[in-house]
Design a protein around this ligand. Structure first.
Ligand code: F6P
Length: 364
C-alpha cells in the first residue's frame, strides 16, 4: 500500500507556493511508494462537505513552479482552531474545529501532512502536531517576518517588484521635482521597505520597527531640495507609524493578517504638508502586485528546495518540525522554535546601520 501525503497552502498567497508543491510531488515520485494529495483552500478541503482533496499527479504538478499564486487556493480567514461561523443575526461566532480536523485526517489515512504557510499557519501546525497529526511546516510569506529561518521564499520576488516600481517613480519624481511616496507591504516588519530603499536608492525609508519623527523627515526633504536635487523618493512600509501616534503598530497582533492595512502613504503625505513641507507630493500604494505573478529564479530555487526537504522529512518521520533556511543551508527547526518570536528588522543590525551610512533617513 503506498503512503498518503497531504499538502496545503494557508494564509496570504506568495510567489513560490506552486514551486514547493511541485518540489514535494517530484521528489515523492522518485520514491514511488507515496501518493501526494492537495487540500483545496488550506484545511477547508478536509473540513468541507463534500471534501475537496485532489491528487497531485505528474500532469497537475508539471511546470507549475513558474506560476504565481497557488494551484491549491488559500485562505487567511478559516483558521480550524478559531473557525468563523456566520450567525443569522450577521455576527460571527468562532469554533474550535481542530479535533474534527484531526479525526478526518485519520479517517482519510494520511501518513503525513505538509502545511505551507506563515506564522499563523505554523501555529496551527503546532496545535495539530500536539494532537497527534504527523505534520511538517514550510515557511512562506513575502513579509519575511518568520523567525527561525533566515529567509522565506516570495520575499525576494516582492523586493524585486517593489524595486522595479521604485525605479520608475524615481524618473518621474526627477522630471517633476516631486516627492514620491511609495507604500509597500510589511505589516509589522520593514524588510521589503528596507531592501527596496537600499536597492532603489531612496532618500527616506520608514518602517514599523522605527517610529518616525515627521519633523526629521521634513528636514531631510528640505536638505535634499537645498542641495539642488529638487526631488526625493520615500519608501514606507504599510505598518509604519509616526512617533506621536498612539498606536504601537497599525497591524494589531504581531504577524496577524486580520487587520487590513494600506493607505499609510496618504497619511504621511498629510503629515508632511501639515509639517510645512512645500514640495509637490504624490503617493503610490503598491498593494497586491507585490504578491502576484511569477517568482524570480531565487525564490523558485528556495521554494523547490523547501518542497524537496519537506518530503524527505516526511519520509524519515521527522514530524513536528518546520523546514528552514539557515546559514545558506536548508535545514529544519521544531515548530516550537518556529513560532516562538516575531522576526522584525533589528534597528541595531548592520543592514540598518549601512542604510544610515548611505544617508537614508529613517525619521529617527
Ligand atoms: O502577510 C502578508 C501580507 O501580504 C501583508 O504584507 C499584508 O498586509 C497582508 O498580507 C494583506 O492581506 P490580504 O491579502 O488579506 O489583503
Amino acid at each position: 500500500m503506498p503512503k498518503k501525503l497531504l499538502i496545503l497552502t494557508g494564509g496570504g498567497d506568495c510567489p513560490g507556493l506552486n514551486a514547493v508543491i511541485r518540489g514535494v510531488a517530484k521528489r515523492a515520485r522518485v520514491e514511488k511508494d507515496w501518493v501526494v494529495y492537495g487540500s483545496v483552500e488550506a484545511f477547508n478541503g478536509v473540513l468541507k462537505e463534500p471534501q475537496n482533496i485532489v491528487e497531485i499527479t505528474n500532469s497537475v504538478a508539471a511546470g507549475i513552479h513558474v506560476r504565481g499564486g497557488t494551484i491549491l487556493k488559500t485562505t487567511n480567514k478559516d483558521n480550524p482552531i478559531k473557525f468563523p461561523v456566520r450567525q443569522e443575526d450577521g455576527t460571527t461566532r468562532f469554533e474550535d474545529r481542530s479535533d474534527e480536523l484531526v479525526r478526518r485526517l485519520k479517517e482519510l489515512e494520511f501518513d503525513a501532512v505538509i502545511n505551507i504557510g506563515g506564522d499563523g499557519s505554523q501555529r496551527i501546525s503546532k496545535v495539530l502536531y500536539e494532537k497527534g497529526v504527523n505534520i511538517i511546516g514550510v515557511p512562506k510569506t513575502i513579509d519575511n517576518d518568520l523567525c527561525a529561518t533566515d529567509m522565506t521564499f516570495g520575499f525576494q520576488t516582492a523586493v524585486q517588484i517593489a524595486t522595479d516600481s521604485f525605479d520608475k517613480l524615481v524618473t518621474t519624481a526627477e522630471s517633476h521635482h516631486r516627492v514620491m511616496i511609495m507604500e509597500v507591504m510589511g505589516r509589522d516588519a520593514g524588510w521589503i521597505a528596507l531592501h527596496t530603499a537600499i536597492a532603489g536608492g531612496a532618500e527616506i525609508c520608514l518602517i514599523p520597527e522605527i517610529p518616525y519623527d515627521i519633523n526629521i523627515v521634513t528636514k531631510r526633504i528640505a536638505e535634499r531640495y537645498n542641495q539642488g536635487k529638487g526631488f526625493a523618493n520615500i519608501v514606507i512600509a504599510e505598518g509604519a507609524h509616526a512617533l506621536a501616534s498612539s498606536l504601537t503598530s497599525a497591524a494589531g497582533d504581531k504577524g496577524s493578517e486580520h487587520v487590513r492595512l494600506g493607505g499609510v502613504a496618504y497619511e504621511l503625505s498629510r503629515q508632511l504638508k501639515a509639517a510645512g513641507c512645500p514640495a509637490d507630493i504624490r503617493e503610490t500604494v503598491l498593494g497586491h502586485v507585490q504578491r502576484g505573478g511569477s517568482p524570480i529564479a531565487f525564490d523558485r530555487v528556495l521554494a523547490t528546495l523547501f518542497g524537496v526537504k519537506a518530503f524527505e522529512m516526511a519520509a524519515k518521520n521527522e514530524f513536528g518540525r518546520m523546514v528552514a533556511f539557515k546559514n545558506n543551508e536548508v535545514t529544519s527547526v521544531t515548530l516550537d522554535e518556529a513560532t516562538q518570536e516575531y522576526n522584525g528588522v533589528n534597528k541595531d543590525s548592520y543592514l540598518v546601520k549601512a542604510a544610515k551610512g548611505l544617508n537614508i533617513c529613517f525619521g529617527d
